[in-house]
Design a protein around this ligand. Structure first.
Ligand code: F6P
Length: 550
């Protein structure tokens, strides 16, 4: 037992039972599983909101699913889930509640943190955001010289960038096309340089998005953007108030930066950065798609929240997806998980999920600080099909590693496409279905030979199959469906963290690099001595200075 009264995962009878079951399954083949149980095609489909989640091509049987649900019960996933929704401080290393679900709670809900209902504040900020977004969209909010805003530049990094940048790309067809939206994150000056090209300071609005308002990349970029603005507008400091707004939990730092706190949109320390784009961090998105669409997106989130909170384990989609990851990580030694959206608009979706998943579950100690004895979060990766098919799918099909994948697709193309382009949609989706089929069932040596392939080429042209996929199909890509998809992955990540007994809501692993960068910078610029610098890094610093002619 550990301090929370929970046995270590690898000492649980339920974990053991899964291990034995895995041994019994042996070289599990999807061809065989379907031959033995054709009904799985219909049975292994769950629905949540608009999402049809088909997991028939997973390396599982009814028995596997039962054992995985037993593990979820033994690790009390439901108990931790309920504690999260109630606002308990389940982020143990930071002593914080984890309440991104309160960001999409209905106005009459009650969610308390330290005895205070946070829902009224959430809705008050949403209303302020809506008012501001409407004013920018209508042209009522003007720049310092009275011109209307034609470009919005979000300055933020990590959760303060990836969420709004991803969602803007996804929902572009719903956006105000006459306004240019750009997202700057990297401290590499080239990022801001390229983003500002062609923009007119008189018509540009900057949103400085930073939960802490201390993140060096964002503050550096915001300082440079401020300089660009003032140079462009003749140096009148009063211009800043019309061209800079902030999104943060830190009013003091916002004021110290010179942004009027009247132009600050607030959120709270119980919203993790990677769980924040449905908070005020989504301001740029709300300006792009309008408050109504933004609220539709929140409705989509809420729908999946409610499902996760109330659906029985047999029907609970985030629970299932989380447990499948536990199965492959724990019993197939899978190291990575591919997310392969068959939609051009989801180009940045996997990058967003990388932070969500890897910053949450990339942990090596349990909630009590003891080294875990089981694999935790996978490497998450992927890009849209069909592009990936012509790049790295070779390894998915014939490589030596097992890589479970999610295939995501939509029945209808976005409404905006002209008829001839919309007609390409069937071909796109045919590729999605074909890939799932090829990965699952492959091609046997006999089948290859029967095609007349020369014997020596047969091994090269054989596809082993039994590469597991989940296919998520929705009617179309809408704001609500995006909210549903994001909430689905948020809760999947939650389930895995709960089973693995790790704190999915801190991110101490990003700290060391930040501290060292601060220490090394003066060595690069001024040649300052860095006490205790290791010889390898000292050599790199010296080489850099030499190349820079310093
Ligand atoms: O360094 C990691 C991190 O703290 C992320 O968790 C966060 O999303 C990002 O930096 C940005 O932080 P902030 O919003 O405070 O600028």
């Amino acid at each position: 037992m550990n301090a929370t009264g929970r046995a270590r995962l690898d000492r649980m009878a339920e974990w053991d039972a899964l291990g034995k079951h895995r041994q019994e399954l042996g070289e599990v083949s999807l061809r065989e599983l379907f031959a033995r149980d054709p009904g799985r095609a219909g049975r292994y489909v769950l629905r949540v909101g608009d999402l049809r989640v088909d997991f028939a091509k997973q390396l599982v049987t009814d028995e596997t699913l039962r054992l995985l649900r037993d593990l979820a019960a033994a690790t009390d996933v439901a108990g931790l889930r309920d504690a999260m929704f109630r606002g308990e401080k389940i982020n143990v290393t930071e002593g914080r509640a984890v309440l991104h679900t309160a960001l999409r709670a209905p106005a009459d809900a009650v969610v308390e943190v330290d005895g205070e209902n946070v829902v009224p504040a959430v809705h008050a900020v949403l209303d302020r955001m809506a008012d501001f977004a409407d004013r920018v969209r209508s042209g009522e909010w003007t720049g310092h010289t009275g011109r209307r805003i034609r470009a919005v530049v979000n300055l933020g990094i990590g959760g303060s960038d990836l969420g709004p940048a991803m969602a803007y790309e996804v929902l572009r067809p719903f956006s105000a096309r006459e306004v240019d939206f750009r997202f700057v994150s990297n401290v590499d000056g080239a990022d801001l340089h390229e983003a500002l090209r062609g923009l007119d300071p008189a018509e540009t609005l900057f949103i400085v998005a930073s939960k802490t308002f201390t993140t060096i990349e964002t503050i550096t970029n915001a300082t440079s953007a401020r300089r660009w603005l003032l140079e462009g507008l003749g140096g009148d400091e009063a211009a800043v108030a019309r061209h800079f707004v902030a999104v943060s939990t830190n009013a003091e730092k916002v004021a110290a930066f010179g942004i009027d706190t009247a132009n600050m949109f607030e959120f709270w320390d119980w919203v993790g950065g990677r769980y924040s784009y449905d908070s005020a961090i989504g301001l740029s998105l709300m300006i792009a798609i309008g408050p109504l669409r933004f609220r539709e997106m929140l409705d989509g989130f809420r729908l999946v929240d409610e499902h996760f909170r109330t659906a029985p384990p047999e029907e609970n989609v985030p629970l299932l997806l989380g447990l499948l990851g536990v199965w492959y990580g724990g019993f197939f030694d899978a190291q990575s998980h591919a997310v392969l959206p068959y939609s051009h608009y989801l180009a940045r979706f996997t990058a967003y999920l990388q932070q969500l998943d890897m910053e949450s579950n990339g942990k090596r100690v349990d909630r009590q600080g003891r080294q875990v004895g089981w694999g935790t979060g996978p490497v998450v990766w992927g890009t849209p099909g069909t592009n990936g098919q012509h790049a790295y799918y070779q390894l998915l099909h014939q490589g030596t590693r097992l890589i479970p994948a999610d295939l995501i697709g939509f029945a209808r193309p976005v409404a905006e496409l002209a008829d001839d382009l919309a007609a390409q949609h069937d071909l796109l989706m045919a590729n999605l279905f074909a890939q799932g089929q090829a990965l699952a069932f492959g091609r046997t040596p006999d089948e290859v030979r029967a095609e007349g392939v020369a014997d020596e080429l047969v091994p090269h042209r054989t596809f082993p199959g039994s590469r597991p996929t989940t296919t998520i199909l929705a009617p179309e890509l809408s704001p609500s469906v995006l909210g549903q998809l994001v909430a689905l992955y948020e809760h999947k990540v939650f389930v895995q963290g709960a089973v693995w007994d790790i704190d999915s809501f801190d991110q101490w692993g990003v700290e060391l690099g930040k501290v060292l960068a601060k220490r090394v910078e003066p060595a690069l610029t001024e040649g300052a001595e860095v006490p205790g610098l290791d010889p390898s890094t000292a050599g790199l610093v010296a080489a850099y200075r030499e190349l820079r002619g310093r």
